[in-house]
Design a protein. Structure first.
Length: 283
């Protein structure tokens, strides 16, 4: 039976399918979890999907789904355990590394507005800033990510000691752009929680070393699409330091993208927000 799949909000990226098990253009490898789930997923009746709350949301529902994350995260198989943190993160990384984008955006904090251009070609993501000019290139690999600085002479690795520096005085650091926490080996599933009515897996990740500004990171990952809906970073005193949360989405050329993400920086040892930055994607 053919069934139309629905896709949902990711930070800015999607892989699209038009029928159960049939991808458009993009090919991607499936994790062990995904291959295990395909047979069960494709055999489910259309009526049961349509009446499931998993496929209904007034703001974020889209006509297709990210294939890998959909099969990996969206279905609960009877008699089988939930996916492991390793499997969930592998699916998120795969979805994030399969997109083609060219968008304008900005970081906004009070009166400070930092414009940038975001260009993605598969696993290669380039951020271009002006005043002064700065071009950063992020490469998403299978086992790690790498942040480089692009100059007229070529590319060179971003200095690790500067990863914790803030970008143009905002609450966002270079480490935040690098998505390094998606590769931390120590991770576990804490359970399930809702974020803005979306059913999410809640994960805890522990930093492998003190090179990171965070000792622990909590992630809320949309079960149906693999979207990163919320992230909380905790300092080395186990205090909440920063929170990222998707606020809204927008439709551009028939596809849904991030419109606004809120980044809150907390005063150490308190729940008081001392700075708030908005990451916004323009049409």
């Amino acid at each position: 039976m053919q069934m139309e799949m629905k896709r949902r909000l990711s930070f800015s990226r999607y892989i699209v399918i038009n029928k159960c098990g049939t991808m458009t253009k993009h090919k991607c490898r499936m994790t062990k979890l995904e291959s295990r789930m395909v047979k069960t997923a494709c055999g489910r009746a259309h009526s049961s999907l349509e009446h499931s709350g998993l496929f209904r949301h007034s703001s974020f529902v889209i006509r297709h789904s990210a294939m890998a994350a959909f099969f990996a995260l969206g279905f609960s198989l009877e008699g089988q355990p939930p996916p492991s943190a390793k499997e969930i993160l592998a699916s998120v990384r795969m979805v994030e590394s399969k997109q083609q984008l060219d968008l304008q955006g900005q970081l906004r904090q009070n009166d400070v507005v930092v414009a940038f251009r975001l260009v993605q070609n598969g696993p290669l993501i380039r951020y271009s800033f002006t005043n002064p000019d700065e071009v950063l290139q992020l490469r998403l690999g299978e086992n790690s990510s790498r942040l480089d600085v692009v100059t007229d002479a070529g590319t060179e690795r971003f200095v690790g000691s500067k990863l914790n520096e803030k970008i143009r005085g905002t609450s966002v650091t270079y480490e935040d752009l690098a998505f390094k926490f998606l590769y931390w080996p120590s991770a576990r599933v804490l359970g399930e929680e809702n974020v803005r009515t979306r059913k999410c897996w809640k994960l805890q990740l522990r930093a492998p070393s003190r090179e990171s500004q965070y000792s622990n990171v909590l992630l809320w990952i949309d079960k149906a699409s693999g979207a990163l809906m919320r992230m909380e970073g905790y300092d080395w005193n186990a205090q909440l330091a920063k929170r990222f949360e998707v606020v809204s989405a927008q439709k551009i050329e028939g596809r849904w993208f991030l419109k606004q993400m809120r980044v809150e920086e907390f005063q150490p040892g308190t729940n008081h927000v001392q700075a708030r930055t908005y990451l916004e994607i323009k049409r």
